[in-house]
Design a protein around this ligand. Structure first.
Ligand code: RIB
Ligand code: CA
Length: 314
């Protein structure tokens, strides 16, 4: 059983990642923390509560984190996720009572009380995780691995150099990559290929279950936005691919590389600079996903959503 804390900015693909974590029998989701990113902090927090309400998992702790990056002004992504951050279908109003503590305190308290071996899965800007590492460095011994969605070796989406999560808070990403904690970086090189096509979305909608019947229109909204802006043939499930690494590590192939995060560049803010050829001589600090098994990933998504449908059946 893998003990997991997710830190996210739901967000359509964050939502699928949460669903995979909840559906998987080998994952013990200790809690969800939220951060501003895809939408403002109040909206990503509300969306996490709505997702757990939909799944009738009011037992999973949720704590709200930062509403802005460490240094920069917040940039959101309404073009992809809509005004609510989860446009495309009606999710229930929240019926979950969130924790009163801050996300950073939930992360540090949970880790420090544990025997260790906990996975952190951040799928938004890394503000909460960075501050947790600064506030309580001793958590480093308690973290098994940080499996994050972010960055890209050869791919980008927010500027020609940077991926959204790292662009929004490059200083936080730098802190995480320099922390010494084992990292698996699931970046755009593989997540831009983790496309749930419109045919896949139709297949999901055909399941006819309580969860799939909400997820399908949400992914259609997200897929249409990505088609319009990037020409994708569907919804890139960035965050779900990152979480799926915990379900089956064979879903990606990684290389152990040194990655620096650019925080000073005029044109390169937030770039994940991966030393693919070992030119710097710097010791590698991240397992960087370079290829994916798309059929395996899709099967993980289909099978886990189907399990949630079954768990919600009358
Ligand atoms: O660049 C893609 C990432 O930014 C994903 O995590 C998506 O949810 C957004 O947060
Ligand atoms: Ca995200």
């Amino acid at each position: 059983m893998k003990k997991v804390i997710m830190d996210c900015d739901p967000g359509h693909d964050d939502m699928v990642a949460i669903m995979l974590a909840i559906a998987d029998e080998d994952i013990d989701l200790l809690g969800i923390t939220t951060v501003a990113g895809n939408q403002t902090g109040d909206k990503t927090f509300r969306n996490a509560l709505r997702i757990l309400t939909l799944l009738n998992r009011k037992d999973i702790p949720v704590a709200r984190g930062f509403d802005k990056p460490l240094v920069r002004e917040l940039k959101t992504a309404p073009a992809f996720h809509g005004v609510s951050g989860l446009d495309g279908a009606d999710l229930p109003e929240p019926e979950v009572t969130p924790l009163k503590k801050h996300a950073v305190d939930f992360i540090t308290d949970t880790l420090m009380k544990s025997d260790g071996g906990i996975y952190l899965v951040p799928t938004g800007p890394l503000t909460n995780v960075a501050v947790a590492l600064l506030k309580e460095p001793r958590i480093k011994e308690k973290i098994e691995r940080i499996v994050l969605m972010g960055g890209g070796v050869f791919d980008s989406n927010t500027t020609p150099a940077a991926e959204f999560n790292f662009y929004v808070d490059p200083e936080a990403a730098k802190i995480v990559f320099e922390s010494g904690v084992p990292i698996t970086m699931v970046g755009l090189d593989v997540t831009d290929k983790a496309i749930f096509s419109f045919e896949d979305i139709d297949r999901l909608g055909g399941f006819g279950g309580k969860v799939s019947s909400v997820v399908a229109p949400l992914l259609r909204f997200f897929g249409n936005a990505n088609k319009e802006i990037y020409g994708f043939d569907g919804a890139p499930l960035h965050d779900a691919l990152a979480l799926s690494v915990l379900i089956n590590p064979n879903v990606v192939k990684t290389r152990f590389l040194h990655v620096d995060i650019e925080t000073k560049g005029e044109f390169t803010r937030g770039e994940s600079v991966a030393d693919v050829y070992g030119i710097t001589g710097k010791a590698p600090n991240a397992e960087v996903a370079m290829d994916l098994d798309l059929p395996l990933f899709k099967e993980i998504v289909f099978s886990h959503i189907r399990k949630l449908d079954e768990s919600m059946a009358d």
